[in-house]
Design a protein around this ligand. Structure first.
Ligand SMILES: [Zn+2]
Ligand SMILES: [Zn+2]
Ligand SMILES: [Zn+2]
Length: 231
């Protein structure tokens, strides 16, 4: 599966593999060493799924955590963690896990943890995990005050065809997911899925958590395509 996405700075479509480079050249044009607002350009990916984010360096990791949950992951409030190279997991956070408390490590600021070329991972849910890789592409300064997290690009939704009739699929059968490589089907072919538990039938969504733990949240309407202006 190859992916492509639209650059929200210019509106053009690029392949996933070329997007970081393209965004780099766009961002360089707007950045200014004398600017007071420092941002990291971060690529987030899981297989062919990707996000390119511009993230203010002074925010806490928890804001990035919320963002990733909202756009790609949140099903039932599972625990999550950023994992940095050469850093052991914080077992204290496991022992007194309290869903209403922000873990200590999540309060770290990005600027104290991140630097250009750093690659780190993020895990959502230690049971049916979804793991993401984050790569810091570059650091920029901008004169204008901008939102704390800006979506620069995300992969366009993949097209899945119905396994029965080859029209566009609407659902994924997560019960059949482990028996067949291709558990997708369309509204019209609903009756072919009667032997399965209807709770295991989920919508197709543009997220690496599609089909996992009831994840059914289509975030596209919350993040509609719109051009971003950085200056
Ligand atoms: Zn562009
Ligand atoms: Zn869940
Ligand atoms: Zn069909």
């Amino acid at each position: 599966m190859t992916s492509e996405g639209k650059c929200r700075l210019c509106g053009k479509t690029y392949k996933g593999s070329g997007m970081a480079r393209h965004l780099g050249s766009e961002l360089k044009k707007v950045a200014d060493e004398k600017g007071k607002n420092t941002y990291f350009h971060i690529k987030v990916y899981a297989g062919p799924y990707f996000l390119h984010l511009l993230v203010k360096n002074s925010i806490q990791l928890q804001k990035l955590d919320y963002y990733l949950r909202n756009i790609w992951l949140e099903c039932c409030g599972h625990m999550s963690e950023f994992q940095f190279p050469n850093e052991a997991p914080d077992w204290d956070d496991f022992d007194d896990f309290d869903p209403f408390k922000v873990p200590k490590k999540m309060q770290d600021k990005l600027k104290d943890k991140l630097y250009k070329d750093l690659e780190f991972t993020y895990i959502y849910d230690w049971g049916s995990s979804t793991q993401l890789v984050l790569k810091v592409m570059q650091e920029y300064k901008f004169p204008k005050k901008l939102d704390e997290i800006i979506l620069l690009s995300r992969n366009e939704a993949f097209e899945f065809k119905c396994s029965q009739c080859k029209n566009d699929a609407d659902y994924i059968n997560t019960e059949a997911m482990y028996e067949t490589d291709y558990p997708f089907f369309c509204e019209n072919c609903n009756d072919t899925q009667e032997d399965f538990d209807s709770e295991m039938i989920l919508n197709i969504v543009n997220s690496p958590r599609m089909g996992v733990c009831g994840y059914d949240n289509d975030s596209e309407p919350k993040y509609p395509f719109k051009l971003v202006k950085l200056n």
